[in-house]
Design a protein around this ligand. Sequence first.
Ligand SMILES: Cc1cc2nc3c(=O)[nH]c(=O)nc-3n(C[C@H](O)[C@H](O)[C@H](O)COP(=O)(O)OP(=O)(O)OC[C@H]3O[C@@H](n4cnc5c(N)ncnc54)[C@H](O)[C@@H]3O)c2cc1C
Length: 424
Amino acid sequence: MSDPSLTWRSYSPSQQQLFAPSEEHSMLREMVADFTENRVEPQAEEYDTKECLNQDLFRELGDLGLLGITIPSEHGGAGMDAVAAVIAHEELSKSDPGFCLAYLAHSMLFVNNFFYCSNEEQRTRYLDKVLTGEWIGGMGMTEPGHGTDVIGMTTTAIRHGDKYILNGTKTYITNGPEGYVFLVYAKTDGKLSTFLVDRSCPGMSTSNHIPKMGMRGSSMSELIFEDCEVPAENLLGEEGSGLTHMMRNLELERLTLAAMSTGIAERCLDIMIKYGAERVAFGQPINRFGQIQRYIAESFAMTQAARCLVYQVAQNVGPDIRNRIGSDAAKLFAAPVGKQVADHAMQVMGGAGYCREYPLERLLRDAKLLEIGGGTLESHQKNLTKDGHPPFEHHQTVESMLLRALPVAASIPSWVYYPSITPC
Ligand SMILES: Cc1cc2nc3c(=O)[nH]c(=O)nc-3n(C[C@H](O)[C@H](O)[C@H](O)COP(=O)(O)OP(=O)(O)OC[C@H]3O[C@@H](n4cnc5c(N)ncnc54)[C@H](O)[C@@H]3O)c2cc1C
């Protein structure tokens, strides 16, 4: 008989080491899980319908120290690492991936990127306000004519005395409607450079919110620059250093997007396991049917495999550790898992899953974005193939990552697979 006190969340010691390598990580997970259950979950459906960010709740993330999770503590941040960022995104996404996407755009795409390419004077002007959430931030990279082909961007910045004049349009910018400050990539003499542009800069405006399929707890818009005057002291780093900033930050972006997918998958797994045990058809719980067991079992295996890869890569990503291959592989593998597991859960639940009474249809809509935003699946395939030839460095190969992750996956005891299912 299976022990009913055990659930699939009861991890073996080796998993604990991977998913929460320190006491600090465990405490963080507990804190974010608690906040998610008590504060994020109750508002998720409402803001999905309203299609905007819950700004008051967002600022509570600042009170918890989460908006500067990767910023050193001597600068007012939480001083944590990429594993911590993954934990926060995974937990928040169990309830409201849309809200989490706004968090990601602010804390990863703006705050983390800004901190690691700014000088002291720039930090003095901006850091406190974005760490508390008083100012909401975002990042402008994508343009109407250049998404995957981002290096081809056409937004320009031309120096005139003590200002740069920016012209161009960025699109699909998360937090555009609510944001005050943006990290914007533009070309100076054909080279990518990074600028801080805020709403006090003359010539900067945003479009209306762009409606979307999912992730509706966050909003997005265009950023429009028409002879926009940006103080020269808002150049981050030097002219031409934008490509390095962008590539370094994309790694953390892809990893945390991958973690959002594993969070969605875990939630959907919980829902389908419970429903499968409770729903009766033909006189017995539907989890006695082999086809239903297949949905549940494969979902569990996919979720665990994705988590193992994401957490393994997270231990090898940081401000001074480049890991483009790992972060591309993690997102390429994990992004479809959230969508597939949400779809499996909907199938297990039949009509109930399709209706809005349950969060599944929202989670399924949200999950799709992870195959597109922060790089499409095809762009990860392209990057991995291009970067992998000539051969990957040994410590970064997909093969070596999987070899390290597999023993962990293999150590998952069999009772974890079907905890709440009566053996047939
Ligand atoms: C909800 C949402 C939030 C977003 N938030 C932000 C944000 O905050 N900041 C920001 O800068 N951007 C943001 N984006 C933009 C996002 O990063 C882009 O949508 C993404 O990079 C893809 O670009 P694209 O939409 O222009 O698609 P395209 O690049 O036009 O791609 C269209 C199709 O062609 C394929 N393709 C393109 N090139 C190749 C190739 N070489 N080989 C094979 N296939 C290829 C793509 O994979 C895709 O299937 C967001 C997007 C969405 C939907």
